[in-house]
Design a protein around this ligand. Structure first.
Ligand code: NAD
Length: 333
């Protein structure tokens, strides 16, 4: 069986996912949800999507009566994920949602609960969880190659352009760089160390308060402590280009990824030498693997479900809080 997917939000990333799905073996684009009729027409022509599988934001609850759509992939601005997921779940369709899952952990948990109640799966677009070089490092770590893990460094950033975009609008983005790009270091710290953190400290700096308004973070440094004794030191920013590096060190050796989370190819090395597993378009692998998770209950090496995403949101909520209060916050994930 093939997973038949409707994409909601035909913007930059939605377009990338649609293109990547052309190469999928187990996932196929069969529907669209958009508020822009001209985009729907373009996508219909390009991907051969029939009229009856096209919806707008007023009509998409009717997707429940459409047997040609198994799942909806939500690729809209962050603030819209929560309501859309609740409506998709109520329509009895599986939900795939882009990161960040929601604006905060409370909203995210509501999405998890709604999908559980509707008996549909909720998966989050954590494409790095399927990337071969990343998985190779996780395998080496699990085999003890690095010894006891003691340190992780995650650097995630790019220099954001147009000040009018939704990413710099607190209402639509829910925050700033941390919600958008810093989340890669939050999530990466957990899958690289292989544990969930138990405390967090964080510091915020802003060089351009006109561009980065109230509640929109430009640069945040944060530190996480893990139960096994490892610490993570991370940087999230909208003010530096080509900042994309993970570094893991244990008692015996290291692993490094740079770029670590970009669209690839991902490049890495360890104390044993270079990592050179071949690049496959991340979104192609992700959608094929997600088809296996949804249709066959396949278990991924690193979870991509709603609960996994709520953990990241709990850490993000805590980072924002501790930037204001200072001090150290205990985490319970
Ligand atoms: P985008 O601005 O390119 O596209 C957003 C789409 O949502 C547009 O088509 C827009 O028309 C539509 N939209 C619907 N309602 C809207 C509203 N009220 N206001 C503004 N736009 C509205 O953004 P994008 O880069 O495609 O990001 C979309 C989501 O995908 C975000 O949650 C982002 O974090 C995520 N994303 C993930 C990755 C990844 O690698 N996993 C990469 C980029 C973006």
């Amino acid at each position: 069986r093939v997973l038949r997917v409707a994409i909601m939000g035909l913007g930059g990333y939605g377009t990338r996912v649609a293109e990547a799905m052309l190469a999928c073996k187990r996932a196929r684009l069969t529907g669209v949800i958009s508020g822009t009729p001209s985009k729907i027409r373009d996508w219909q022509q390009k991907y051969g999507i029939p009229e009856e599988n096209c919806y707008n934001y007023d009509t998409y609850d009717r997707i429940k009566d459409n047997p040609e759509i198994d799942a909806v992939y939500i690729i809209t601005p962050n603030a819209l994920h929560h309501d859309a997921a609740l409506r998709v779940a109520a329509a009895g369709k599986h939900v795939i949602c882009e990161k960040p899952l929601a604006l905060n952990a409370w909203e995210g948990q509501e999405m998890v609960d709604a999908c559980r109640k509707a008996n549909v799966k909720l998966l989050v677009g954590y494409r790095m969880h399927f990337e071969a070089n990343t998985l190779e490092i996780i395998k080496m770590r699990n085999e003890g190659e690095f010894g006891k893990i003691l340190f992780f460094q995650g650097l995630s950033g790019f220099r954001i352009g147009n000040p009018d975009q939704w990413r710099l609008d607190k209402k639509l983005a829910g925050g700033g760089a941390l919600m958008d790009i810093g989340i890669y270091s939050v999530n990466g710290a957990r899958y690289m160390v292989g544990e969930d953190p138990v405390w967090v400290t964080a510091q915020e700096t802003k060089t351009d308060p006109a561009k980065f308004g109230e509640g929109v973070d430009e640069t945040i440094q944060f530190q996480l402590g893990f139960p096994g004794g490892a610490v993570a030191s991370c940087l999230s920013t909208y003010n530096m280009n080509n900042l994309d590096r993970f570094f893991l060190n244990g008692e015996k050796g290291f692993a490094e990824l740079q770029p670590a989370t970009g669209y690839g190819p991902i490049k890495g090395r360890t104390h044993r030498g270079g990592l050179a597993l071949p690049h496959v378009t991340h979104q192609t692998v992700q959608m094929d693997e997600m088809a296996g998770i949804i249709l066959d209950d396949k278990q991924p090496v690193v979870a991509v479900d709603g609960e996994e995403a709520v953990k990241d949101l709990k850490i993000i909520d805590a980072i924002y809080q501790v930037c204001k209060t200072g001090g150290k916050l205990e985490l319970e994930l």
